[in-house]
Design a protein. Sequence first.
Length: 337
Amino acid sequence: MAQSSRVLLSALADEASFHLTAVEQFTALAALGLEYYSLRNIDVGKGVKNVMKLTMAEIQKLRHLEDEYGLNVASIASPIGKVKLVDKPDGTKNNYIPFKKYLAQDVARACELAHAFETKLIRGFSFYPPKNARPEDFLDEAADRIGQIAEACHRSDLTFGLEVEANLVGQTGELLAEIHRRVNHPGLVLVFDAANLTVQGFSTAEVYRQWEAMKPGLGWVHIKDYRKVKSTARGKHVEEDKLANFVPADIGAGGHDKILADLKTMLPSLSKKLERRGIPGVFLDLEPHVRGGGQFGGTSGPDGMGIALRGLCRLLDASKIAYHLRDFDDLLAARGL
């Protein structure tokens, strides 16, 4: 089947392990049949590190392990954009870094890592406004910075994916779409995540409305879901480390059945758009958090990741969207037979 008529399955690899060792992460994903993973937090032998902190020796070791386990990096799951937009105390622990320094050091480092791991995609975020401030009041400033990040990625032949998430300037699909419109840059795409909207109190119908807003800028999709939240959560600061009701995509309130059915109609044109930028296709990146999640990561375990993957596959089968998991032919090919 043509690549443009199917999705590519991936996962945030650290979610598939308990101890975050590289071998544990890669073993779980290979056993589940995945061929791609997104790199976030990992232990290559000297303790758990965020991808941004990896040394050259650790990168080389991971590349060798990737070959051994038959894995490729879908995206660098960086924390770019998860810092304060303005240097103002607001009761949070979020850091502020002067933007020129941030662009020259952190963004440049993310680009270096993308090249080192041979991926075209860097995941990032839309900056934190002051706690309880109106995010709409910070759209111009956020768009200016994100535009510079997108340009830096573009100059490096990479694409920056901006994920929708609570508490950020782009905390809703409409706000993220407005940032995308203002930036108007080929190096910027949007990353949809239903659970990151549901936890804010959006109903299933409202999550779909956010999906509709993001579609023109869509690059890929994070797959996680959440049980219904009372609407009183709407517009309030979300205590991310206290969220405890994440579920597989086929039983949550995010409405993935309708979203994936709509994605199916977009796949040919979206795949071609991404392939023109050197991206192999449309990724569905599992980030289930089924054992819990917080501001900078989550845990599912190997069993939880398996449950989440099977839930997603049931939805894809129902929507008649093609995907590939490793089979015996892949094993024979790996053996050179």
